[in-house]
Design a protein around this ligand. Structure first.
Ligand code: UDP
Length: 330
């Protein structure tokens, strides 16, 4: 049986990856410090023999006994609110964390894949974004802690590949959504759905003309799985090229939820990218991958998930932070 370590296992993407690798017959070692992850996302796995969990911060030395065939480094705060709240940890998990994972991969002879991001392109001046584009990032702006951590992570991973011959893969993940996102993590989709469920107006930042391209989580996981099993070491975009403005997106959520609330406008956060859409030619050619789930299908599933959560989730303490964050923008 092959054995895989997944860092950030209790997070949104990490937990879906745990499910996928268990379904593929792997032994899965999940690791998470539970700062932004939630054990609820993986509690259904604890009874399984194929699953073990280490409560550990990957910025500190990582010890895993036994063999490992693959390492997926997915630990990191991933929403702008999170990395504003914990900027140093965000930098550490992308730098010290990847160094520890790479050392572990060397020691175990494991293949490693890192979760990189469309944020390496910053506020892009090339559209759609191809892997060849070097990006337009403000290193000292509020998003710099995330963007530069991920850029460093790519550089470090490529250096281990080039100088140590380690087998590595780099996935550049574009906006992804689905069940197990945190309702109050501040990202646009849970923010809008949460607001609709609480009977609040939907807060569009800026004039709503900025664009994003949203990928359903199952499509993303399929792309990551294929990339890991491929023999390509360069960065590969995985995302859904179906681009939409945030203003239009708010209207879609209003229709989906049937809320009679309206859209209200708030200041655009500093350095908020004006446009984002992946060029997925590489993923299509190298992996035979493209997204299958349309936004309307994916949104329906995700809305059902958020509706099924206990009502107190809507009003959890985290929500207070979220309100404070919105208030700062007024
Ligand atoms: N956004 C918004 N209202 C919100 C939360 C986010 O209009 O309540 C906007 C945000 O300014 C950005 C887009 O939605 O332009 C996507 O934001 P998100 O935080 O989901 O991800 P990003 O792609 O910016 O990392």
């Amino acid at each position: 049986m092959k054995r895989v370590l997944i860092t950030g296992a209790a997070g949104f993407l990490g937990s879906h990856l745990c499910d996928r690798f268990i379904a593929e017959g792997f032994q899965v070692v999940g690791m998470d410090n539970l700062i932004t992850g939630d054990l609820k996302n993986i509690e259904h796995l604890f009874a399984k023999e194929e699953f073990e969990f280490y409560h550990h911060d990957v910025s500190k030395f990582i010890h895993v006994s036994g063999e490992l065939d693959y390492i997926l480094h997915f630990a990191s705060p991933a929403s702008p609110i999170d990395y504003l709240k914990i900027p140093i940890q965000t930098l550490k998990v992308g730098s010290l964390g990847i160094h520890n994972c790479l050392g572990l991969a060397m020691a175990k002879g494991a293949r490693l894949i890192i979760a990189s991001t469309s944020e390496v392109y910053g506020d892009p001046q090339v559209h759609p974004q191809t892997e060849e584009y070097w990006g337009h990032v403000n290193p000292v702006g509020p998003r710099g802690v995330y963007d530069e951590a991920k850029r460093f992570q790519e550089a470090m991973t490529m250096a281990y590949h080039t100088y140590h011959g380690l087998e590595t893969r780099i996935v550049r993940i574009f906006n992804t959504y689905g069940p197990r996102m945190r309702l109050n993590d501040g990202r646009v989709l849970p923010a809008f759905i949460g607001q609709a469920l609480r009977g609040e107006d939907l807060t569009v930042f800026g004039d709503g003309s900025q664009t994003r391209s949203f990928c359903y989580v199952d499509d993303l996981v399929e792309g990551i799985y294929r990339l890991l099993m491929s023999d390509y070491a360069g960065p590969v975009n995985i995302g859904n090229p179906d681009e939409i403005t945030i203003g239009e997106f708010a209207e879609e959520i209003i229709k989906l939820t049937g809320t009679d609330q309206k859209v209200i406008y708030k200041d655009l956060p500093k350095d908020d990218p004006t446009q984002r859409r992946p060029d997925i030619t590489k993923a299509k050619e190298l992996l035979g991958w493209e997204p299958k789930v349309s936004r309307s299908e994916g949104l329906k599933i995700t809305y059902e998930y958020f509706k099924s959560l206990p009502t107190e989730e809507l009003y959890k303490k985290e929500h207070k932070d979220f309100k404070d964050y919105i208030r700062q923008k007024q």
